[in-house]
Design a protein around this ligand. Structure first.
Ligand SMILES: [Zn+2]
Length: 71
């Protein structure tokens, strides 16, 4: 499911968002293409999940850099 917010994403795309994740369709598509480029085949929906995962890992790394103990 997609919907249009009329707002640009943080990368500046004026595109539909996925209803479930709120992620920009273009960002997800770009991410999927990047993964394909390195030989990793993913579906659009999976790419959205992978972005979430990457963001979560980034957040964890940030906390670890701050000295928060997570494992
Ligand atoms: Zn975007």
């Amino acid at each position: 499911m997609k919907f249009f917010t009329g707002k640009r994403c943080r990368k500046g795309h004026l595109a539909d968002r996925y209803k479930a994740s709120g992620q920009c369709v273009k960002c997800v598509e770009n991410y999927r293409k990047t993964l394909q480029y390195v030989g990793f085949r993913v579906h659009k929906e999976d790419a959205a999940v992978l972005i979430k995962l990457a963001e979560a890992l980034k957040a964890v790394r940030k906390l670890k850099n701050k000295g928060v103990d997570i494992d």
